[in-house]
Design a binder for this molecule. Structure first.
Ligand code: FMN
Length: 316
């Protein structure tokens, strides 16, 4: 189960489509942060089950903070029920739900002592998830990688906190230990980090994708619904490469019309060739092993907390 006593840092490495698998999950857990992956990163339920078994075997006898699986709760996900049953069978410590928050799923996960965190971009969706009985809410703010929201993180966290006393997680643009400290200072219990973990040895992202993140800054991120019909943040240079056009200098989405993606290509093709990342890219300059990244984040986090403590001490 989730065990914060085994955590080195209050960080969850966020689930990322086509990027996170068992390698990143086990490396995160062994380094003392929560590792996660989307069940749909495996093409079949059998494959998903094999990944769970391999994670369990790698973590046997290791004191770790727990790991999580992301389930897409939507009628277009034909695997949902089967994957949920697999999670229940394997007693997956944390289930992260996206899109729908459903009481039956929450009850099924609670039956073995697991926790459900749900990601939201608006207060309306947060309330629906609270009504479904989730244990945690992930506030996905403007500037996040993937399907980002549009609200400033402080606004979203503050408004959710006023009506929710469960676990609160801040998501969006968190790249450094100081960023983690700022999320905690703003009232979050965990920081949720996606883009920073793309640039690790254990991520499944292509080398050119990692290099593009290292060379990008916030102005290079394009927020568009032209890739999959839902607004998400993408690296402008990968959009330009896929469309054969120059990235729009002021960051406006390029209008690809119907040409870029034939409908049958679906989301997987889109996300394979057009690379998602959040505004935090400008603070990412290297690809390193997860263990080294967690060490660096911890050092930076402690320095940031010390700096704040020193400021308080000076005033008294
Ligand atoms: C490449 C990529 C793929 C993602 N895929 C998923 C996904 O499959 N499921 C999900 O819940 N969130 C997904 N996300 C969102 C992340 O879980 C997380 O909310 C986000 O990355 C946090 O913002 P940051 O990237 O600025 O740290 C994805 C993000 C990225 C960058």
């Amino acid at each position: 189960m989730l065990n914060p006593n085994n955590a080195q840092l209050p960080v969850i490495a966020a689930p990322m489509f086509l990027v996170s698998g068992p390698e990143i999950v086990t490396a995160c857990c062994k380094s003392g942060i929560v590792g996660t992956f989307p069940a749909l990163n495996q093409r079949t339920n059998e494959g998903f089950r094999e990944w769970l078994v391999s994670i369990e075997q790698s973590l046997e006898g290791v004191a770790h903070p727990g790991f999580g699986v992301n389930l897409i709760v939507h009628k277009t996900n034909p695997r949902l029920q089967q994957d949920l049953e697999t999670c229940v069978e394997h007693k997956v410590p944390l289930i992260i739900t996206s899109l729908g928050a459903v009481r039956d799923l929450v009850d099924a996960v609670h039956s073995y002592g697991g926790k459900v965190f749900h990601d939201v971009t608006t207060l309306r969706h947060a309330q629906k998830a609270i009504d479904a009985g989730v244990d945690g809410l992930i506030a996905v703010s403007a500037g996040a990688g993937g399907h980002a929201g549009t609200l400033h993180p402080l606004a979203l966290l503050g408004e959710i906190r006023q009506r929710f006393s469960g676990t609160l997680i801040s998501s969006g643009c968190i790249s450094s230990g100081a960023d983690v400290a700022s999320a905690i200072a703003a009232g979050a219990d965990y920081a949720y980090m996606g883009t920073r973990f793309i640039c690790t040895d254990e991520s499944r992202a292509a080398i050119a994708y990692k290099a593009m993140i290292e060379q990008s800054s916030a102005k290079d991120i394009v927020y568009t619904d032209k890739v999959s019909g839902v607004y998400a943040n993408f690296l402008g240079a990968s959009l330009a490469a896929a469309s054969g056009e120059e990235a729009h200098p002021d960051g406006k989405p390029i209008d690809f019309g119907e040409e870029l993606l034939a409908p049958e290509d679906g989301d997987a093709k889109a996300w394979k060739d057009i690379w998602s990342a959040g505004h935090g890219v400008g603070n990412i300059h290297s690809t390193v092993p997860v263990a080294a990244l967690v060490d660096e984040l911890t050092h930076d986090y402690q320095n940031a907390l010390q700096r704040a403590a020193d400021l308080v001490a000076k005033r008294h």
